[in-house]
Design a binder for this molecule. Structure first.
Ligand SMILES: Nc1ncnc2c1ncn2[C@@H]1O[C@H](COP(=O)(O)OP(=O)(O)OP(=O)(O)O)[C@@H](O)[C@H]1O
Ligand SMILES: [Mg+2]
Length: 387
């Protein structure tokens, strides 16, 4: 029976040789186990203290040596690893052979000790798979082929790369959506101008023509003029509505504080959800860029609350602390879930984050305690304040 113990004892001599090889100290020596004891000890120390995982395997892909970094990487112990098949720790691609190089993609059987980098999948003690980058080199000892594998856990790097790719993807979607929104907005404004204002102006022109006819009696003319006045008032209201949709007038006329008050009042009136605004007018005297960004952020947060939260109460806090503006938006609704924030087709929260990041601020969106959603924003005001 070739059990773990037999393999271990057969492999001990080989392990000593590999230790030597790793330091390069024994190159050219005919036998590793004749190496002077201090040199072997020194080699062992280097391997044991190496921060990269080091494994040696024989040609049957049995681990003959593993250092503590390797054991930590695979969530096991050095003793546990030695004598086990390599396939226990590194997943071989389907249909390949069983020597250590077979475990590495694009592997050609190479002689000597030249190392090349490979990507493989590791298996931790818990069964969790993780990405590894490594290099493999081979050497001969007493007619036996030995492989030295140096491995590095690249999970963190992969995670960062995935995050970066996701963020690129979101930005691409955001930019595509912005183009569509621009087109939709133009269409919407054109329709409003045409259907609403255009019709009123056309009817005013007709009334004016009628009024110019000499046969009009004074009471008829009076009636026409009254109708024209009503139409003019409707036209002014429409114009105001269209203009306010494009840009809230309060932002230009009263500043951010009054614009937020208008937003709050409109939200309460439309949705019947009480909303408290805690802010100091003097703290919110900001330039146009900052005022517009904050207004749009609060507007999106309130729209989300109305659409998704099922809340009964909302609070908006805006406080100046040193050079920062701290914004907190809280609702007591169903609470946002982690997967809500990953929805590919949703752009409101992404837009909100982009606005904050563009101002070098920070934003946290989370479920509130005991219930609801909470958005915390810290915006450095830098040169955005005005007196
Ligand atoms: N206050 C909230 N309470 C509960 N869930 C929320 C809240 N705000 C956002 N969500 C969840 O987060 C998701 C993402 O919001 P986001 O604003 O990005 O997209 P959206 O509102 O669905 O669409 P849009 O792109 O039109 O804004 C929402 O679909 C919703 O499920
Ligand atoms: Mg939204």
């Amino acid at each position: 029976m070739t059990d773990k113990r037999t393999i271990r004892s057969r492999s001990r001599g080989a392990a000593m040789f590999v230790l030597g090889l790793m330091t390069g100290a024994l190159v050219g020596r005919p036998r590793a186990d004749t190496a002077p004891e201090p040199l072997v000890r020194h080699s062992r120390e280097i391997v044991n203290n190496a921060s990269d995982a080091i494994i040696s395997a024989d040609e049957n892909s049995v681990v003959v040596l593993a250092n503590p970094a390797a054991a930590a990487m695979f969530s096991t112990t050095v003793t546990e690893m030695q004598g086990r098949p390599l396939s226990h720790y590194i997943r071989a691609a389907a249909g390949v052979g069983h020597t250590p190089p077979d475990f590495f993609r694009h592997t050609d059987t190479r002689a000597g000790r030249r190392a090349t980098d490979y990507s493989v999948t590791g298996v931790r003690g818990s069964g969790e798979l993780f990405p590894i980058e490594g290099s493999i080199s081979s050497s001969q000892q007493d007619g036996q082929q030995l492989y030295t594998i140096i491995l590095r856990d690249v999970s963190d790097r992969h995670m960062v790369q995935q995050k970066l790719a996701r963020s690129h993807n979101q930005l691409r979607q955001l930019s595509a959506a912005l183009q569509t929104i621009r087109e939709e907005e133009r269409t919407h404004i054109a329709r409003e101008l045409h259907d609403d204002l255009g019709q009123i102006l056309a009817s005013l022109r007709m009334d004016l023509n009628l009024l110019q006819r000499p046969e009009r009696s004074p009471p008829e003319s009076l009636r026409l003029m009254k109708g024209m006045e009503d139409n003019l008032l409707t036209a002014i209201t429409s114009l105001r509505r269209i203009a306010t949709n494009l840009r809230p007038r309060a932002l230009d006329e009263g500043g951010l504080y009054f614009a937020l008050q208008g937003l709050r009042d409109d939200f309460v009136e439309r949705h019947g959800i009480p909303c408290a605004l805690y802010a100091d007018e003097a703290d919110l005297r900001l330039d146009d860029a900052a005022s517009t960004a904050i207004f749009r952020i609060v507007q999106e947060a309130l729209t989300n609350i109305a659409r998704h939260a099922n809340a009964t109460h909302v609070t908006l806090n805006l406080d100046r602390l040193n050079g920062d503006l701290l914004i907190t938006i809280r609702d007591d609704g169903r609470g946002i879930r982690a997967e809500d924030m990953e929805k590919a087709e949703s752009l409101g929260l992404i837009g909100m984050r982009e606005r904050v990041w563009a101002m070098h601020g920070e934003i946290t969106i989370s479920a509130d305690d005991p219930s609801g959603t909470r958005i915390d924003i810290v915006l450095p005001l830098g040169g955005h304040t005005v007196e």
